[in-house]
Design a protein. Structure first.
Length: 361
């Protein structure tokens, strides 16, 4: 029997989102029904709303969520009703060529629920990143629901489902930041500050925050930035070199994803340093660099997908670090809102007034 619940739907490209009643089916084989307790408002949701991901409207938005399992479908043995979970938008299949090679974080056949959620008139919904958690209940594949310590409050816990994991993993997994490294992070929004926190926890001796907004730079120090550079008034490449003995940073993380910030990051590195792009670019953007500089500067140019994480391994670790006081997830929560306030949260996000607005149900 389908469950009638309230949910946030993007009906057409660029139009304001709507609070509608949707139908969520009981779980089938390999699926779980989750009662959502909290869900962060992420830039990716805005990209879906604006049609920048694809045209599969209507979308059921929301993906950065924590909640409790209501019911499990046939064949699900590692979850039970009442389990406290964080939802992941990647659930490795275990069988594709990447999983078989021991790199499940690059899984090419990530699992999602097979059954669609629908509008009351029967129109199928496309869930954002395969989750759709701006809803009182959502249906996901069992592998997308990761059990974590229930002591973590859902407003904070849900954030590791996307933005915090992406930034943290860009530093720790993709960038391989280690003890004694120097790190520069361009862009101090939610993902950038998570990268700063990850670099600090990994033992970086200097973590340099780069942004054009002094408010964001002030906030970055809360997450472990040792130095800040306002690139509106200074050349960030020269500033980072000055702070690193004239050499440049061992690891640079571009959490903005624009050609100008990528170019800055490329030259901000030390020789043979690493540049990690985790900020999502517009599909029309292009970058041009002298080939001799690509050859002569060496090092590694990487992109980071979801922080190269394995949710079943990494989510419980980040929650443990939060509960022990080592990872300040609470610091990412700027405000809590209701389901009917998502559109206004998008406005605040565009203006840079929030790290995260979090819907609480």
């Amino acid at each position: 029997m389908p469950h009638e619940v309230r949910a946030v739907v993007a009906a057409k490209r660029g139009a304001p989102v709507e609070l509608q009643t949707i139908l969520v089916p009981d779980p089938g084989p390999g699926e779980v029904l989750v009662s959502v307790q909290a869900c962060g408002v992420c830039h990716t949701d805005l990209h879906y709303r604006d049609g920048a991901i694809n045209d599969a409207f209507p979308f059921l938005l929301g993906h950065e969520a924590a909640g409790t399992v209501d019911a499990v479908g046939p064949g699900v043995t590692d979850l039970a009703p009442g389990d406290y979970v964080v939802l992941a938008w990647r659930a490795p299949c275990g069988n594709c060529r990447s999983c078989r090679r021991g790199r499940p974080w690059y899984c090419f056949d990530s699992r999602n629920a097979a059954q669609p959620m629908k509008l009351v008139d029967g129109t199928p919904l496309t869930p954002a990143l395969g989750i759709g958690a701006f809803a009182e209940k959502t249906l996901v594949a069992a592998g997308q629901a990761v059990k974590v310590d229930p002591a973590a409050r859902p407003e904070a816990a849900g954030l590791i489902g996307c933005g915090v994991m992406a930034g943290y993993g860009a530093a720790v997994h993709t960038g391989n930041v280690g003890s004694g490294d120097t790190v520069a992070v361009i862009g101090c929004g939610g993902v950038g500050n998570a990268a700063i926190a990850g670099a600090s926890i990994a033992g970086a001796r200097r973590v340099i925050a780069v942004d054009i907004d002094e408010r964001k730079l002030d906030g970055a120090t809360r997450f472990g930035a040792t130095d800040t550079v306002n690139s509106r008034g200074a050349d960030p490449v020269e500033a980072v070199r000055d702070l690193t003995g004239g050499h440049g940073a061992d690891v640079v993380i571009d959490a903005v994803g624009r050609p100008e910030t990528y170019r800055q990051g490329f030259y901000m590195r030390d020789l043979a340093g690493t540049l990690v792009q985790v900020g999502v670019p517009d599909p029309e953007m292009k970058i041009e660099l002298p080939l001799i500089d690509l050859f002569g500067r060496g090092g590694a140019l990487k992109s980071s997908w979801y922080g190269d994480c394995l949710p079943s391994r990494d989510f419980p670790v980040l929650i443990d670090r939060y509960l022990s006081g080592r990872l300040d997830l609470d610091g990412f929560v700027t405000e809590t809102i209701g389901l009917d306030e998502v559109e206004s949260a998008f406005d605040k996000m565009r203006d840079g007034r929030v790290l995260r607005s979090v819907v609480v149900l």
